[in-house]
Design a protein around this ligand. Structure first.
Ligand code: 2HG
Ligand code: ZN
Length: 478
């Protein structure tokens, strides 16, 4: 068995830094296994020589979970070549895929058969199924279909003890003791290597309608969410919130993506500092296009009548719907152009979001005048990407490299205190400091700070039982 191995330092560079440029490491080598047998062989060799393993998929993670440390002693196990579609069972509506298959590959396989793989996120072209499951990724359709965990029926894992667990069951009910599948999902490579999965597919919708909506405040966006849920029920497939400050970098760096914002008010380069807020709503119907469209239009009409909505337009073509989505999906890329940010990924009970946002906008301005809060995310799931960027005047006029260096300095200096400020407010409202991006190395210490000793001890005993040598993704999660 000859496993592809990369040891040349220059060749390894692209794999050694996380997508957002926050973490950089240096592995001893990178292995590219093409089969489960090859993963198995690598794991056994690493165990024999006590070499730690960091598993990597598409390297699109936002928490540094797939970046090695800088000791040049860890093996980076890149699964991008373990990417076959093993089988599709149409009657059971399941697909069995290898961990390195991309999300888009799986979406396309489903689509070609009139089905839908409903997990969706911006990095679909590179993010892999293994990575999505290892982080229990969310995305934009969670409100209707749940997160990655909910679409996974079975797993194949090379365990930390160097064995293969074949749990590739396509069952929607299976209560045979501890749920090992659910243990590996979300474990971020710390308990073994997910090599394949059985995923559930859904019927493809017959109609889709997307709306771009302007609301005055977050509290009106929340009231609209409740109203839309009432009106649309299971037709509601996305409810995304965007603050003007989250959209401002898109208009600045990718003005051609302005889409629905290409109107009077925004074409005059109005600084987007305060409200209104924007909401992207999607409905989908198993009946017809008209059903999806009418349902959403009726619910928006009700929103206008109740003065929850300032303005709304529903896409009249697929291209227009795509332009709405592009604007939403470019937020992360545009923010990266601006330079590093303090990345937060919080979840709150929806009933606490409004008072949380109100308290935070004041507290943050007090803590660091001019700090820019880029608040956007999956309001329908109570998940906000509550990212913080350096004050604009710190960066204005600087060439790219200097701008990024300045923004990096901002993160290094202010992350500990500003993050703690936000996380304390999240926790005091019964929220979570990590909704869908995983803990990785970015939030490991924050999680340890907030978790109870009981919870931490349970997690440590699971780690100890499954990976007693501590070889799997050390320094992440725990
Ligand atoms: C999204 O919802 C992603 O677009 C990225 O989860 C969020 O950039 C972020 O913080
Ligand atoms: Zn997100």
């Amino acid at each position: 068995m000859k496993i592809d191995l990369l040891t040349d330092p220059a060749g390894m560079v692209p794999y050694c830094t996380d997508w957002r440029g926050r973490f950089t490491g240096q592995p001893i080598a990178i292995a590219f296994p093409k089969s489960t047998a090859e993963v198995h062989a690598v794991v056994r060799a690493c165990r024999a020589h006590r070499i730690p393993i960091v598993t990597q998929g598409g390297n699109t993670g936002l928490s540094g979970g797939a970046t090695p440390d800088s000791s040049a002693s860890q093996l980076l196990l890149n699964l991008s070549k373990l990417n076959h579609i093993r089988s599709i069972d149409l009657e059971n509506a399941t697909i069995t895929v290898e961990a390195g298959a991309t999300l888009e590959q799986v979406q396309q396989q489903a689509k070609a058969r009139g089905l839908l793989f409903p997990v969706d996120l911006t990095a679909r072209g590179s993010a892999t199924i293994g990575g999505l499951l290892a982080t229990n990724a969310g995305g934009t359709a969670v409100i209707r279909y749940g997160n990655a965990r909910r679409q996974c029926l079975g797993l194949e894992v090379v365990t930390a003890s160097g064995e293969i667990w074949s749990g590739l069951r396509g069952l929607r009910k299976d209560n045979t003791g501890y749920d090992l599948r659910d243990l590996y999902i979300g474990s971020e490579g710390t308990l073994g290597v997910i090599t394949a999965a059985v995923l559930a597919l859904e019927p493809a919708p017959k109609g889709l309608c997307t709306a771009w909506v302007e609301v005055e405040t977050i509290s009106k966006a929340i009231a609209l969410l409740q109203e839309t849920k009432q009106q649309l029920g299971s037709l509601l497939t996305a409810f995304e919130l965007m603050s003007p400050t989250a959209l401002a970098p898109v208009l600045e760096y990718f003005p051609e993506q302005a889409g629905p914002l290409r109107n009077e008010r925004f074409s005059k380069n109005t600084p987007l500092q305060s409200g209104p807020y924007f909401v992207l709503i999607e409905s989908s119907s198993q009946v017809s296009q008209a059903h999806a469209q009418e349902g959403l239009e009726q619910s928006l009409a009700k929103g206008l009548e109740q003065e929850l909505v300032l303005d709304a337009s529903t896409a009249q073509s697929l291209a227009q719907a795509e332009s709405f989505w592009h604007l939403r999906e470019q937020i992360t890329m545009a923010a990266a152009e601006d330079g590093p940010q303090i990345k937060l990924d919080v979840a709150l009970p929806i009933s606490r979001i409004d008072d949380f946002c109100k308290e935070m906008s004041q507290a943050l301005e007090q803590a660091l005048p001019g700090v820019r809060l880029s608040n956007f995310g999956h309001l329908g799931d109570g998940n906000l990407h509550f990212n913080l960027a350096a004050p604009k005047e710190w960066l204005t006029g600087l060439p790219r490299i200097e701008r990024h260096a300045k923004a990096k300095g901002f993160v290094e200096e202010h992350e500990p205190s500003l993050r703690r400020l936000v996380h304390d407010a999240v926790m005091s409202r019964g929220g979570s400091i990590s909704a869908e991006h995983g803990l990785g190395q970015l939030r490991r210490d924050e999680a340890a700070h907030y978790k109870s000793p009981v919870e931490l001890a349970l997690m440590r005993s699971i780690k100890q039982a499954l990976d007693p040598m501590g070889l799997f993704n050390p320094g992440k999660v725990l």
